[in-house]
Design a protein around this ligand. Structure first.
Ligand code: IPM
Ligand code: MN
Length: 346
């Protein structure tokens, strides 16, 4: 479409700084005839401290009207652990049915990796985003006693598994290597694991051109380090996906470049794009944060909205910028944003 109506949630800590650069690059990438409208929302720790609110029904109603959401980071040491995670981030992912949590990993030339050599890393993790152990289905009894019993039930529905597995197959089919790995732990988690495996094998029959493999999550952590080039598309549950995408980020350039999309493929609700990193309060406000992960999240956002040319231009600009970084003096957040904006406009 010829206009983008964007909800912008800078959030806490470095979220403010990186989102400003993301928007700078977004504006520079868009052609004159695409109108960009933004509305900023003040969610995060400050609002929570001031009002006690994290995300209200009225907030959701308002967010729902946008084409997409750009999020910086939410989180603050002054807020008890779990309040903003559940009250904001997970609430939004669940409310807007972001069942595809898309996390690409690509080791770009010139980018340092802790792995030996410079392996070819170019895969994308399709992490389920609305089920698994994240649903808050659990409880505790005899709290605080030596007999406390806590449960955290992993919820897996045939509907929820099938839609994310289908999405992953479609993505694998569209990529040159056409490979898809299911990562789970079906030797121990036999109920959920067998549901995932059965659905995966059934859907596979509809995608004969996609080469599939199954891998236990513990083995996958080894291969992500020793043979990351073997992966093309990975599909996995919410918690395994959370863990392996941090590992994936660590081997492919670090969280400074790790982008993600919380996607509602049906487009009933706006999708949300965010860097994988958090609010990094220790370096907030100093212009030290690398906005690259946010800029790459903007590229995912553009691709989701059908602006592939602009998304390509941003990704190319990031590649070129990263390739030239080695040996150069460190730049500030806004210097990196400026350089990227110049490249995408040029
Ligand atoms: C992520 C984060 C979140 C998650 C937390 C903050 C709820 O770690 O986006 O990966 O576990 O999904
Ligand atoms: Mn995480």
């Amino acid at each position: 479409s010829r206009s983008i109506d964007l909800a912008v949630i800078p959030g806490d800590g470095i979220g403010q700084e990186v989102v400003a650069e993301g928007l700078k690059v977004l504006s520079a990438a868009l052609p004159q005839d695409v109108k960009l409208e933004t509305r900023e929302y003040d969610f995060g720790a400050r609002r929570y401290h001031a009002t006690g609110e994290t995300l209200t029904d009225a907030d959701l109603d308002s967010l729902k009207r946008h084409d997409a959401i750009l999020l910086g980071a939410i989180g603050d040491p002054g807020v008890p652990s779990g309040v903003l995670e559940r009250g904001f981030l997970l609430k939004l992912r669940f409310a807007f049915d972001h069942h595809v949590n898309l996390r690409p990993s690509k080791l770009l030339p010139g980018v340092a990796t802790p792995l030996a050599g410079q392996p070819e890393i170019d895969f994308v993790v399709v992490r389920e985003g609305t089920e698994g152990p994240y649903t808050g289905n659990g409880g505790t009894i005899r709290k605080g006693t030596q007999h406390e019993v806590a449960t955290e039930v992993s919820v897996n529905t045939a509907f929820g598994v099938e839609r994310v597995v289908r999405d992953a197959f479609a993505r694998a089919q569209a990529r040159p290597r056409r490979k898809l790995a299911l990562i789970h732990k079906n030797n121990v988690l036999t109920f959920a694991g067998h549901l995932w495996t059965d659905v995966f094998n059934r859907v596979a029959e509809e995608f004969p051109e996609v080469t599939t493999e199954y891998m236990h999550v513990d083995a996958a952590t080894i291969y992500l380090v020793t043979q990351p080039e073997r992966f093309d598309v990975i599909v996995t549950d919410n918690l395994f996906g959370d863990i392996i995408t941090d590992l994936a980020a660590a081997v492919s350039g670090g969280i400074g470049v790790a982008a993600s999309g919380n996607i509602n493929p049906d487009r009933v609700f706006p999708s949300m794009f965010e860097p994988v990193h958090g609010s990094a309060p220790d370096i907030a406000g100093q212009g030290k944060a690398d906005p690259t992960a946010t800029v790459l999240s903007v590229a995912l956002l553009l691709r989701h909205l059908g602006h592939d040319t602009e998304a390509d231009r941003i990704e190319d600009a990031v590649s070129a910028d990263l390739a030239e970084r080695a040996g150069r003096p460190a730049r500030s957040t806004s210097e990196i944003g400026d350089a990227l904006a110049v490249r995408v406009a040029g």
